[in-house]
Design a protein around this ligand. Structure first.
Ligand code: SAM
Length: 295
């Protein structure tokens, strides 16, 4: 059992001075893969929980919030995305939500750790919900950083569903990764990324803002509150060379959303628009570059 686990509780180690703990009702799986430490356990409040290197990645109870907002906001804003790239996303939640869009013709997912996919299929079948067998899905086991530097494919929307900027996920927050994504986008394409909880990880927000601003014409953030990503709202980074994508009116968003006939549990067109309204402390953080953004 990993060091964070006592007889009955597992404590997340993302932050040294603050954290959440889960009662471990049953350990389902634990292993050190080539890339990271994998732990899956059952908790009465959140169902099954996946932790990588001591950090909560996803839970059965609240995964819908994150996966719906990281998928439907870019796809509905784009309006005609045929080819989608997912970086990371081994649990399959993003792939499931992308495949619910009948207009998507092809989706490539680049995941560094086959173990995460295999475990998610076994222990979190609801996350992928069969999407790994979707004829449109092309699964690549590899480093997403390398993929976007070299692929000859082009995509309309790129979704980076990575771990935090630690270990294998760190490169997915670098300027060179964002530049690789930009080269891999079709004209007018859109990149969105999970970008942490800025109240707890302010540097992640300002660093991403500084790096994206040097590459893309339009860079902004939107938010959602995910219970197990503790410390306040989490942000999603948005980057495109087509500023119009962020200005789509509510009637168009609604029409596009209704045309997909997707039953959501969190996403609505109204929330899509509202999610880009940031609280003052985040606007100030972006204004002042707290802490000094590094390259
Ligand atoms: N929703 C979670 C969050 O916000 O923290 C992330 C979920 S998903 C489990 C994160 C995935 O990113 C993992 O499957 C991990 O193996 C993968 N990953 C980490 N670094 C990667 C890299 N450089 N290339 C591709 N996948 C990577």
């Amino acid at each position: 059992m990993s060091k964070q686990t006592t007889d009955t509780f597992w404590t997340e180690t993302l932050y040294s001075a603050y954290g959440q703990r889960f009662r471990v009702d049953e350990v389902l799986f634990e292993e050190k893969s080539e890339h990271q430490h994998l732990l899956i356990f059952r908790n009465e409040q959140f169902g099954r929980v996946l932790a990588l290197d001591g950090i909560v990645q996803t839970t059965e109870r609240d995964e819908f919030i994150y996966h719906e907002m990281l998928t439907h906001v870019p796809l509905i804003a784009h309006g005609s995305a045929r080819r989608v790239l997912i970086i990371g996303g081994g649990d399959g939640g993003i792939l499931r939500e992308v495949c619910r869009h009948s207009t998507v013709e092809h989706v490539t997912q680049v995941e560094i750790d086959q173990s995460v996919i295999d475990l998610a299929k076994t222990w979190f079948p609801g996350h992928s919900d069969g999407a790994y067998d979707d004829a449109r899905a092309n699964i690549v086991i590899g480093d997403g950083f390398d993929f976007v530097q070299t692929t000859q494919d082009r995509f309309d929307v790129i979704i980076s569903d990575s771990t935090d900027p630690l270990g294998p996920g760190e490169v997915l927050f670098s300027k060179d990764f964002y530049a690789g994504c930009q080269r891999s986008l079709n004209p007018g394409g859109l990149l969105v990324t999970q970008n942490g909880v800025p109240f707890m990880q302010p540097g992640e927000l300002s660093n991403t803002a500084a790096r994206l601003s040097k590459l893309f014409r339009d860079r902004r953030f939107y938010t959602a509150a995910v219970p197990t990503y503790i410390g306040g709202v989490m942000t999603f980074a948005w980057a495109s060379d087509n500023p119009d994508l962020a200005q789509v009116d509510i009637d168009t968003l609604t029409r596009r959303w209704l045309s997909q006939h997707i039953q959501s549990r969190y996403y609505t067109p109204e929330l899509h628009q509202a999610a880009f309204a940031l609280p003052r402390y985040l606007l100030d953080m972006l204004q002042t570059g707290y802490p000094a953004a590094c390259d």
